[in-house]
Design a binder for this molecule. Structure first.
Ligand code: SRS
Ligand code: CA
Ligand code: ZN
Ligand code: ZN
Length: 269
């Protein structure tokens, strides 16, 4: 293929501000769109980028159509292509967050928490402070208050544990899974567990930033699933943005407010 038509193809397919790698051997619009879609689904829907399995591709496409409330066709049509071509940086114009299946949430306006065990990487007072800070990041957006208790049963039990720790969800040693938390409910519901085999830090040392991880886990404890927005705290992987000055993304706020509503301004802390 001559160079000029390829450049024209670039120009017509790429909205300003979006740079997608185009395959060098691209020969037609359909093929380019297919590659573009594969790239998109790989990045945001965990499609294996090397897969040649058309069924898997179709399934991921259907998953995406469901997420965007489009008719489920499993086909690359103009509406889905349009969404894929929207720039993914900055404030997204579509909600990217998710909720758990039955939308579980706390019905009481006061949710209690208890810190059951600690890491030896940080002073206890630092852990207490960071937990309070992480909970506050959420509660300042919604009409919900957190109260710490030392005895009795709390809604949200927070613990550091390693390996098997009694919930059929064993931790896996240093790296990989850093923590997990359960959606709102009785018993284990709402509880947040942090892998004691990680090196936890308050940001002053190398290691896993506890404030970031705690904020993510408490998002689950409150009823949020994962977000497809890489800027969101509820994005499934650790360490995307600047951890030093992180705050909730617009998408996180929209997600939590779908469940609990907004905190009225005069009570905003
Ligand atoms: S959860 N609450 N959603 C856990 C989530 C988490 O631990 N995510 C993993 C992660 O980012 N780990 C970082 C270190 C490993 C990097 C290698 C690639 N990889 C909490 C967090 C967002 C605070 C996801 C993950 C990334 C992963 C993995 C998991 C390799 C297993 C193996 C349940
Ligand atoms: Ca781990
Ligand atoms: Zn656990
Ligand atoms: Zn998570």
């Amino acid at each position: 293929m001559a160079a000029v038509p390829l450049i024209l193809l670039w120009a017509t397919l790429l909205p300003s501000g979006l740079a997608l790698p185009l395959p060098q051997e691209a020969t037609g619009t359909r093929e380019v769109q297919w590659e573009q879609a594969q790239d998109y689904l790989t990045r945001f829907y965990h499609l294996d980028s090397k897969t040649k399995d058309a069924n898997r591709f179709t399934d991921k496409l259907k998953e995406m159509e469901k997420f965007f409330h489009l008719p489920i066709t499993g086909k690359l049509n103009s509406r889905i292509i349009e969404i894929m071509q929207k720039p993914r940086c900055g404030v997204p114009d579509v909600a990217e967050y998710s909720l758990f299946a039955n939308k579980p949430k706390w019905s009481s306006k006061v949710v209690t928490y208890k810190i059951v065990s600690y890491t030896s990487d940080l002073p206890h007072s630092k852990v207490d402070e960071i937990v309070a800070k992480a909970l506050n990041l959420w509660s300042k957006e919604i009409p919900l208050n957190f109260r710490r208790i030392q005895f009795g049963t709390a809604d949200i039990e927070i613990r550091f544990a390693r390996g098997a720790h009694g919930d059929f969800n064993p931790f896996d040693g240093p790296g990989n899974v850093l923590a997990h938390a359960f959606p709102p409910g009785p018993g284990l519901g709402g509880d947040a567990h942090f892998d004691k085999d990680e090196f936890w830090t308050d940001g002053s040392h190398r290691g896993i930033n506890f404030l970031y991880a705690a904020t993510h886990e408490f998002g689950h404890s409150l009823g949020l699933g994962h977000s497809a927005d890489p800027n969101a705290v509820m994005y499934p992987t650790y360490g995307n943005g600047d951890l030093k000055s992180f705050r909730l993304a617009q998408d996180d706020v929209e997600g939590i407010q779908e469940l609990y509503g907004k905190r009225s301004n005069y009570r905003k802390r």
